[in-house]
Design a protein around this ligand. Structure first.
Ligand SMILES: O=C(CO)COP(=O)(O)O
Length: 129
């Protein structure tokens, strides 16, 4: 099985949750091809030592860059820990990314509970004989 291609994105108030989540799956994620928005990716690199293709920060177009990869069939799953309580200046970009996931039927987890389901399933698929 080829390495899953996973995008990891978290809004500021969800970044600690993302680090905790990715830390739990760190061994699995080391075998994946990871893409992230700029600041999220920076923390994944420095705090967990993961290898990440970092795009621009979300407000500067990072969500759109990941959306474009997804449209080109280069992303298998998106973990996008959105902050539903804080208005974001780039709300249209966020909606565009989630919409692209729906248009192209790409798994998109927008909260920690769903992220566990997606990551554990991908991990299990990778360990099947
Ligand atoms: O804003 C984001 C997603 O919409 C995340 O961007 P950063 O990872 O650069 O903070």
């Amino acid at each position: 099985m080829t390495a899953p291609r996973i995008a990891l994105i978290a809004h500021d108030k969800k970044k600690d949750d993302m680090i905790a989540l990715a830390g739990q799956y760190a061994d699995f994620l080391r075998g994946c091809k990871l893409t992230a928005t700029g600041t999220t990716g920076g923390r994944l690199v420095t705090e967990l030592g993961l290898t990440v293709d970092r795009k621009h920060s979300g407000p500067l177009g990072g969500d759109l860059q990941i959306g474009a990869l997804l449209v080109e069939d280069m992303i298998d799953a998106v973990i996008f820990l959105r902050d539903p309580m804080t208005p974001q200046p780039h709300e249209p970009d966020i909606n565009a990314l989630v919409r692209a996931c729906d248009v192209h039927d790409v798994a998109c987890a927008t909260n920690v509970a769903t992220a566990h389901l997606v990551l554990s399933q991908l991990q299990a698929a990778g360990t099947q004989p």
